[in-house]
Design a protein around this ligand. Structure first.
Ligand code: SAH
Length: 490
């Protein structure tokens, strides 16, 4: 660990943050009792802080939280200029996505809240200082309705009961509200009356969906959604575009700070309107669509089919014609693109990469290096995997120039970062070309033998499409092949 001139005490506390972060699995969001929370923040400690474990920085002033996060980032990313963390003016009730687990206490009363750290015991919570207040109120109402509708909560041990979780998503700019009832089976008794009662109590709700999760799993959502009311998704506005967000698609939890993050990412990309840009791990296409206004063309790649469907609809909705989406593993896509002969493939100028917590893959980063973009803008919610991947990118000739931490998650030990990487090794192109020639040879050999290999691992039509993303003369827009099922938007 680098000292950075800080006292041992400070470093110990950063170590504790790191340890906490490691221990924290994908869990139901921490919820807090706002009524008990003192807003001077210095001493304010939520009454269920320990049991919940969601907010690790309780009782620490916000300024101090930002300092701690910056130190943690510095330690993780190595020799990179780390700017001061951009914090929130009002760091409370920022979470636009709220999960509540439902169950019963020892007396048989219905409870809702979060799982106690490391267990499946529910800690009852009514109000939380980091969650949207509308979401908390809706969850409390649902808890109250269960008895009169004779809806049983699901018991994980016995497998009996119906209601497992409730997820509420709120849109910051439009005010739309999505309620997802996660049920163990698709049948909700008296569903129309239930919807009516819930809407009467909360007219702000714009859509209600049943999500069926009949598996013995710690994942909150299952794959099947049944529409009960409204359009089945919410729409929000971000950086001048409007986005539809379905229950299963990823959307950043802090809308205000997401704008800050994206603006920085676009600034780092230094787009002039002539570039071909890749938005890898694109989710519902938010970064790509923000970049598209400043670039010649954008290609978004995303694994989750529901998110790609949203992304395609979003591009249409925003009239964004210079963007195409691929529903594929980002590493596989990049590998296939890099395996095309240099003269035939799309020249890539800038890559945005925004992988999940586990970070990117070596296959992805190897392919990025082969494509030789001038800049890579890496967005990360995990400083540890970010540090690991930056070190790998350095070996490939990409120097991390600057890191901007953005506090998307006040009171927790999570921190989002955006890093600008620039290609630095001058003879790297030669090295890459040599490697690429080898790759092409390997690929062609595999193809000629009719075996699966780099070139043939996907479908060949897909390769053709990679070749076809070209700018139509004079139009400044990409001319693409026919739409291919739900994989692309034009
Ligand atoms: N850039 C988006 C989403 C970031 S979250 C935004 O800012 O909203 C990370 C995204 O990566 C998720 O949508 C997840 O579904 C996707 N993902 C995870 N593993 C992937 C992989 N191997 N290839 C492509 N996308 C992946």
């Amino acid at each position: 660990m680098r000292a950075d001139g800080n006292s041992k005490k400070e470093l110990d506390s950063v170590m504790a943050i790191e340890k906490n972060a490691k221990n924290k699995a994908e869990k139901v969001t921490g919820r807090r009792g706002e009524n008990h929370f003192r807003r001077d923040t210095k001493q304010g400690v939520c009454p269920v802080a320990k049991k919940c474990g969601g907010c690790q920085l309780q009782g620490i002033s916000y300024e101090k939280q930002l300092e701690k996060k910056r130190m943690l980032v510095k330690q993780c990313v190595g020799d990179v200029r780390v700017l001061p963390v951009i914090g929130m003016t009002d760091p409370l009730h920022y979470r636009n996505k709220v999960h509540a687990a439902f169950g019963r206490d020892k007396k048989g009363n219905v409870i809702s809240g979060v799982y106690e750290s490391g267990t499946h015991r529910i800690v009852p919570v009514d109000n939380c200082m980091i969650e949207d207040v509308r979401a908390d109120a809706i969850i409390a109402t649902i808890r109250g309705l269960l008895k009169s509708f004779k809806i049983k909560t699901y018991d994980e041990d016995s497998g009996f009961g119906l209601l497992r979780h409730v997820m509420v998503r709120t849109a910051h700019a439009t005010g739309e509200v999505l309620v997802v009832l996660v049920l163990a089976s698709p049948i909700l008794p008296a569903k129309n009356h239930f919807v009516k009662a819930l809407r009467a109590a909360h007219p702000e709700i714009t859509t209600i969906v049943i999500n069926v999760n009949d598996r013995h799993t710690s994942m909150v959502l299952g794959e099947r959604n049944i529409l009960l009311y409204g359009k089945g998704y919410i729409e929000d506005e971000l950086c001048g575009n409007r986005y539809r967000i379905s229950p299963n698609s990823f959307y950043q939890v802090n809308a205000l700070q997401t704008s800050v993050l994206y603006e920085k990412a676009i600034e780092y990309a230094q787009l002039t309107g002539t570039e071909t840009v890749i938005d890898a791990y694109c989710g519902i296409g938010t970064i790509g669509m923000t970049a598209a206004a400043h670039a010649k063309q954008v290609i978004g790649v995303e694994l989750n089919p529901s998110a790609v469907k949203d992304a395609i609809a979003n591009a249409r909705r925003n009239g964004c014609k210079n963007i195409a989406f691929y529903n594929e593993d980002a590493g596989d896509y990049m590998r296939k693109l890099a395996a095309l002969p240099a003269g035939e493939r799309v020249p890539v100028d800038v890559v945005f990469m925004d992988p999940p917590r586990s970070g990117s893959s070596e296959a992805f980063m190897d392919a990025v290096a082969l494509l030789v973009p001038k800049r890579v803008v890496y967005i990360s919610c995990d400083p540890q995997t970010l540090g690991r991947d930056l070190a790998y990118m350095r070996k490939h000739g990409y120097r991390p120039k600057e890191c901007q931490p953005v506090d998307m998650f006040p009171y927790t030990d999570d921190i989002e970062n955006v890093v600008l990487l620039e290609k630095t090794i001058h003879n790297y192109k030669e090295k890459i070309n040599k490697r690429q020639t080898e790759t092409e040879r390997t690929g062609k050999r595999n193809e000629s033998k009719g075996k699966s290999g780099i070139v043939r691992s996907g479908n060949r039509g897909h390769q053709k499409e990679l070749r076809k993303v070209r700018t139509a003369p004079g139009s400044g827009r990409p001319k693409t092949s026919k739409p291919k099922s739900d994989q692309r938007n034009h």
